[in-house]
Design a protein around this ligand. Structure first.
Ligand SMILES: Nc1ncnc2c1ncn2[C@@H]1O[C@H](COP(=O)(O)OP(=O)(O)OP(=O)(O)O)[C@@H](O)[C@H]1O
Ligand SMILES: [Mg+2]
Length: 366
C-alpha cells in the first residue's frame, strides 16, 4: 500500500507546456479519478506517474520515495489501458502469466497467483481460451488480472472501459468498485465520463488545460462547484446558466435578467451591486409552482424529453433555453406556460469575468 504525492509537476513537449505546477496528495488506499475534457493532460500525468513519460519538472513520490528517476518496473505500479492489447495467440492463462514468467517466478507460485486472481475476477472458466473467444468485458477483466497479478502498490487505469458498450461499462464499473473495496489498492483512474467519476471516486481531480480546476469528493464537486467550468462539466442534465446583473433589493439582493427579477437573501455569497454574474440552477432543483407565485422563472415549454421516471422540459427565459426535470406522471405538454421556483440554498452564483464562485466558502482549489 502506498500514497502518491505530486509536487510542482510540469510537463513540456519541446517548447509546449501541457501540465503546469500540478500538486496533489493521494492517500494510501484512496480511489482518485482524474476527470476532464479531451487533451487536458490526464493521460500525460498518469504516464508520468507510471514512468512511461519523463517528468519535466517537480517530483512524483510513491510510498515516500521520489520515483522520477526509477524505471516503470521499479515503481510498484500496474497500469490498465483503454486498448488492453492481449496477445491473441496466447491462452488467457499465459496472457495473465506473461509478466511473471519474464520475472522468472517459479511455476507453482505463478499457478497459485493466477488461481487467486482469476477467482477474484471470475475468470477461472476461461483460462484455457484465446482472447478472441471472450467478450469485451471478459477481455477487459483479463487486462485487469494482468495488472493485479503483480500485486502493485498502485493501480493506474487510463479509460479502461471506453471500448465497451453502455451496459457492459456499467457492469465493469461496478466490478472495479467491488475490486477496490476488496483490495484497497491506491488507485488513480482516468476518464472523461463524469458519471464514471462520480460513482467510483473517493475524490475527483477535475482538470482543464493541464491544471486543476477543483479537487473534492463527488458530493463537493456537484454541490459546490468552484468555477463555471466545473459547474458546466458536472451533472446530467447540464446545469442551467443564466447571465444576471446583481442589484440591492429591499430585503437582500436582486438577480436581474431580461424580463425577470429574482429576489434572494444572498446569504453565504459575496455580492456587489452592479456585478455581472452567472446564476446556476440544476434541472432537478427547479420545482413547478403556481403561476401566482413570486420569485420564479416562467416560460413556454418547447421540448419535452421523456426519460422514464422523469422528463426534461425545456423552456426559454430571456432568450436562453432552460431545462427542468419534472415527474413524468405530471409532465406538461409543449406549448404549456410553466412557472418554476427554486430553493435559494440550491442555487450557484459565479463572477462572469473570472468564472469563480461567489460563495464565501467556495474558493479553495482542494
Ligand atoms: N508526444 C506529444 N508531443 C506533443 N504534445 C503532446 C504529446 N502527447 C500529448 N501531447 C499534448 O498534451 C496534451 C495532453 O494530452 P493527454 O493525452 O494527456 O490528454 P488527455 O486528457 O488524456 O485527453 P483524452 O481524454 O483525449 O485522452 C494534449 O494537448 C496533447 O496534444
Ligand atoms: Mg487520455
Amino acid at each position: 500500500m502506498s500514497n502518491i504525492v505530486c509536487s510542482g509537476v510540469d510537463k513540456n513537449y519541446g517548447a509546449v507546456n501541457v501540465i503546469s505546477d500540478f500538486n496533489l496528495e493521494v492517500a494510501d488506499r484512496e480511489f482518485i479519478v482524474f476527470l476532464g475534457p479531451s487533451g487536458c493532460g490526464k493521460s500525460t500525468l498518469l504516464r508520468m506517474i507510471a514512468g512511461l513519460e519523463e517528468i519535466s519538472g517537480g517530483t512524483v513520490s510513491i510510498g515516500g520515495t521520489a520515483v522520477n528517476e526509477l524505471e516503470p518496473r521499479d515503481r510498484g505500479v500496474a497500469m490498465v489501458f483503454q486498448n488492453y492489447a492481449l496477445y491473441p495467440h496466447m491462452s488467457i492463462y499465459d496472457n495473465i502469466a506473461f509478466g511473471l514468467k519474464r520475472m522468472k517466478i517459479p511455476k507453482a507460485d505463478i499457478d497459485a497467483r493466477i488461481k487467486a486472481v482469476s477467482t477474484t475476477l471470475g475468470l477461472e472458466p476461461y483460462l484455457s481460451r484465446k482472447p478472441a473467444e471472450l467478450s469485451g468485458g471478459q477481455q477487459q477483466r483479463v487486462a485487469i488480472a494482468r495488472a493485479m497479478i503483480k500485486t502493485p502498490k498502485v493501480f493506474l487505469f487510463d479509460e479502461p472501459l471506453s471500448n465497451l458498450d453502455a451496459k457492459l461499462r456499467y457492469h465493469m464499473r461496478v466490478e472495479i468498485a467491488r475490486l477496490h473495496q476488496k483490495l484497497q489498492t491506491t488507485t488513480i483512474y482516468v476518464t472523461h465520463d463524469q458519471l464514471e467519476a462520480m460513482t467510483l471516486a473517493d475524490r475527483i481531480v477535475l482538470m482543464k488545460g493541464g491544471a486543476i480546476e477543483q479537487v473534492g469528493t463527488p458530493a463537493d464537486i456537484y454541490g459546490k462547484p468552484r468555477t463555471l467550468f466545473v459547474a458546466g462539466f458536472i451533472g446530467t442534465p447540464n446545469m442551467n446558466l443564466i447571465d444576471v446583473t446583481i442589484a440591492r433589493g429591499e430585503a437582500g439582493w436582486v438577480l436581474r435578467t431580461e424580463g425577470t427579477d429574482v429576489q434572494i437573501s444572498g446569504h453565504g455569497f459575496d455580492l456587489k451591486p452592479g456585478q455581472e454574474a452567472v446564476l446556476g440552477i440544476r434541472p432537478p432543483d427547479l420545482v413547478q409552482a403556481p403561476s401566482t407565485a413570486g420569485n420564479v422563472l416562467t416560460g413556454v415549454a418547447d421540448l419535452i424529453e421523456f426519460h422514464g421516471n422523469d422528463a426534461l422540459v425545456t423552456f426559454k427565459v430571456a432568450g436562453k433555453e432552460i431545462g427542468a426535470l419534472v415527474d413524468a406522471v405530471s409532465c406538461p405538454k409543449t406549448g404549456d406556460r410553466l412557472t418554476f421556483s427554486f430553493d435559494e440554498a440550491r442555487i450557484h452564483l459565479f463572477d462572469k469575468t473570472s468564472g469563480l464562485t461567489l460563495r464565501r466558502d467556495g474558493g479553495a482549489l482542494q
